[in-house]
Design a protein around this ligand. Structure first.
Ligand SMILES: [Zn+2]
Length: 454
């Protein structure tokens, strides 16, 4: 008898990019892979300051069907105000592929008795987010860390995490060995990053398993890509061209957890005899991540090429007491707006859009540069994009768009699916599952919460 015992159910990531929640059942064993928040989460009912009330646990979420009612998954306190009854854990484990919020955010609702398995680096990211952001709280969990190649036995199921390259370090795909065969889950992955070899190794291992099912991400599975994407090495080369041909300051902005990108700009700074200026938050994250020797990142305290920008707060005099405790540890590396103003040609500065007001004090000279090293806006009516350009125009700065995506492009997804050659393919994390059918006849398009055998 085949195809009876092992079932997959997708509670998120179905016809949407992000929000992955994949439940695998093998006889009595139930394992959840990722438990993230979708990007459009609650957008029909909540906007800006109108948001679900934390005090209400899951009540506000259930009101609008924003999270699935899975028995034996949620913490007792989260269900207290709901009419969904608490049950002792009926999910045996949760595995997180990487620390992006569309894969992890909802673990805050999960019963603390359920073990949460995650990469060593992923754990560091979660800790850092909780320490440096005022509102981030994943709550207590029985965390169990892994590294690539480890085999984790959950009853009769063996889960093998294998590293992949993505726009955040410590990203993994999973080989899930069940009683009926192997299920491969890609997580999020790419082939044009700094560590293409990791994704290649994952694909190789997946193929060797002759899997019965492949759950594959398809973020960039689109008919025609409108946005310009480079490889990480192209981003480095093109940034270097900008920096080496100017004596003015170069600002850049990137996704805060994309450490490959930070390293790219660090490299460009060194190559051009410049120093890189980062925020206390980024410095804090680096301090955390260098605990993992595999990540090869600069130490903000020890590296002379790294400076930390302090904006004026409270007293306005850069007094220790003006800053959070976690911010204070880099005060020896402090630079201020005056320093940046006086040393413009010697710096590359990491400046987030929401910190643009600092430009008023920094007073960049005309013709300075700004590199947006993240995705282009999704719509032409994007308000923040308009505001960004107004600021750049106001200070007469030159704008550059240089970004490498965290995901495989359509052609690369095709090669991966063909190479792994699973008997069934389940597209997730995509808006265009139908395009997978052009690659393989084994594609199973999925509906939310429906059960599928492997
Ligand atoms: Zn991701």
């Amino acid at each position: 008898m085949t195809g009876q015992m092992v079932k997959l159910r997708f509670y998120g990531g179905v016809n949407e990019i992000g929000g992955n929640k994949i439940l695998l059942e093998d006889k009595k064993t139930r394992i959840l892979f990722d438990f993230g928040q979708s990007f459009t989460f609650g957008a029909e009912y909540f906007t800006s300051w109108l948001s679900p009330r934390a005090i209400n646990g899951l009540k506000d979420h259930f009101e609008f069907g924003l999270l699935p009612k899975i028995r034996g998954l949620y913490a007792k306190e989260q269900l207290a105000f709901t009419n969904f009854q608490y049950a002792k854990p009926e999910v045996d484990a949760i595995f997180l592929s990487h620390a992006h919020f569309d894969h992890v955010a909802h673990i805050c609702f999960v019963d603390p008795q359920i073990p949460v398995y995650l990469g060593v680096g992923t754990k560091l990211f979660l800790e850092s987010m909780e320490e440096t952001s005022g509102y981030c709280d994943y709550k207590e969990h029985d965390y169990r860390t892994f590294r690539t190649g480890k085999k984790i036995k959950i009853d009769g199921v063996v889960v093998e995490p294998v590293h992949v390259d993505h726009s955040i370090p410590a990203a993994y795909g999973f080989l899930i060995h069940t009683s009926e065969g192997t299920v491969v889950y890609t997580g999020d992955l790419r082939m044009h990053g700094a560590r293409k070899d990791l994704t290649e190794e994952f694909a190789e291992r997946a193929k060797e398993c002759e899997p019965d099912a492949l759950v594959c991400e398809g973020t960039r599975m689109v008919l025609k890509e409108k946005r310009k994407n480079y490889s990480e090495s192209q981003v480095e080369r093109l940034s270097d061209e900008i920096v080496s041909s100017t004596d003015k300051i170069v600002f850049m902005t990137h996704y805060s957890r994309d450490m490959d990108r930070l390293r790219t700009f660090y490299n460009v700074a060194i190559k051009n005899g410049r120093e890189i200026v980062i925020s206390p938050k980024t410095a804090c994250l680096l301090c955390k991540l260098i605990q993992d020797e595999h990540l090869d990142l600069p130490d903000p305290l020890g590296d002379e090429h790294v400076l930390v920008y302090y904006k004026r707060k409270k007293s306005g005099t850069y007094d220790d007491g003006d800053y959070y405790v976690w911010e204070r540890q880099f005060m020896d590396k402090m630079v201020t707006c005056e320093f940046v103003h006086e040393n413009q040609g010697k710096l590359i500065m990491d400046l987030d859009f929401y910190q643009f007001a600092e430009l008023i004090d920094i007073k960049p000279s005309r013709g300075s540069h700004f590199i947006r090293s993240m995705s282009e806006p999704f719509s032409e009516e994007d308000i923040e994009d308009k505001v960004l350009h107004n600021w750049l125009d106001h200070f007469d700065m030159q704008f550059h768009q240089l970004h490498a995506s965290g995901h495989l492009n359509r052609e690369q997804i095709g090669s991966l699916v063909t190479e792994i050659d699973a008997k069934k393919v389940f597209p997730v994390h995509t808006e265009n599952a139908y395009l997978f059918k052009q690659i393989s006849k084994n594609v199973q398009t999925i509906e939310s919460e429906k059960e599928y055998g492997i």
